[in-house]
Design a protein around this ligand. Sequence first.
Ligand code: G16
Length: 544
Amino acid sequence: MSIETIKIVPFDDQRPGTSGLRKSVKRFQIPHYLAAFVQSIFNTVEDLQGATLVLGGDGRFYNREAIKIILRIAAANGVKKILLGQSGILSTPAVSHLIRKYYALGGIILSASHNPGGPEGDFGIKFNTTQGEPAPEHITERIYQNSRIIDHYKIAPLQAIAMDKIGEFSIENMQVEIIDSVSDYADYMETLFDFTAIRNLLTQGDFKMLFDAMNAVTGPYAKEIFQNRLGAARNALMRQHPLANFGGCHPDPNQAHAKELMQRLYSPTGPNFGAASDGDGDRNMILGNYFFVTPSDSLAIMAANASLILGYREGIKGVARSMPTSQAVDRVAEQLNIACYETPTGWKFFANLLDDQRISLCGEESFGTGSDHIREKDGLWAILFWLNLLAIKQDSVENIVRAHWAKYGRNYYTRHDYENINSDAANELMQALREKTHYLVGHRLSGQKIVTADDFSYRDSVDDSYTEQQGIRIIFENDSRIIFRLSGTGTKGATLRVYIERYEANVQKHDLDTQKTLKTLIAIANVIAKISEYTGKKRADVIT
Ligand code: G16
């Protein structure tokens, strides 16, 4: 073996955020930057010697270069085998599934998720553990602490790496198996959903669907699942070819960034069903003709209907949502008489609840829904769930949502994002709010009494781990909420997220404009947090 040891000076900015280490591509291209972080992962993870790991990414710029470096470092650190997606491509949900299916020690996912790609865009790396879940905070913190003191990494010599053809080769003593990126995942989906019913929906009658892969990782998965296995029409997919810069788009499946999809759905001749997923395939957006389903409602509707779906026929054990996600699913859980957990933002906080079989479904307002089938949120899974539901109910997306509201009430919901603001100003805004929470309880604002004002903290009921400062909550006596939080996934300055929610039981009032009906709460949020003063912005940059 001719393993080299490369001496380095540690980097001081490798603390993982909400979902792994995300930085600009340019930062990752600095010599030794990626290698140092990968070595910190390997220094931290136990039982690495002789282990199998899964490796792949969303195909963004720098994916292939990063894979070549990671393979050489893995070989030098005693990894026995790497399962690598063909051409370096694997969606985040597919990695989670492969780790579980092949009993791997863990996996490395290369993605900055919904952040833009290309040489001027972002790159990212995250480590998932044995159950296929994002590494919990105590592991990411150990990786970070290691990254501050690391003074060398080990690497196998440079060699040609053929990652485009299914097959096997070795680097030193490590075996690399190039696997089909799609088939294991697609096979798994067939066990969870009634593909015959969905195929009938898509091929008989005049039902039309349109899926926007946003030139990101899910294109090949969508082609195999929707077209090859389910018979969707040739024109049912848009932007299905993965591109290193996502065609210059922001691969975030929401109303602001999937504009063409929105336009095509908001048309009298538009499809009955529309959907999109993000850079690495874990997020989803669900649309009907002239109709947008909020991610929070989507979770609630899934929970209410899960027992109709093949993989969940036995019923669901419990549900969980991140704190800023609307409380729509809480009402379903109450009716089903199952537990409902409220966790901090970040999929990793669901992992213990899933592993301990306390919950079957979980979701987040940030366009993420998933279940105990893997340990990541799963965009195509959510879309298949909806298609399966449409096939069973033989009704429109809009009617299904309206019937749900009629039964449970409607949680009007919006999120206002103030992007790329000065980090110091953002932290000052949050600190000022934190101080205000001490005297807000009991006060009335626009006639509504505040019953809770705090900075959300969470104690994990499975392993007793504790997390604090997870977002300022202002909750009113009528269940309305205003939540303030700083994003943990951005790479430029800070992003302030303001989440606003109001519950409406009266079915006669389920057809109001969301922004208008939440106007008073939005105004209160601006005043309490002095948003314009701190950010210099009069309006949010993105409203979803
Ligand atoms: C990541 C996490 C999600 C989380 C989201 C929040 O999503 O995986 O669990 O909800 O970040 O983002 P922020 O901190 O910016 O609000 P993704 O899709 O970027 O991996």
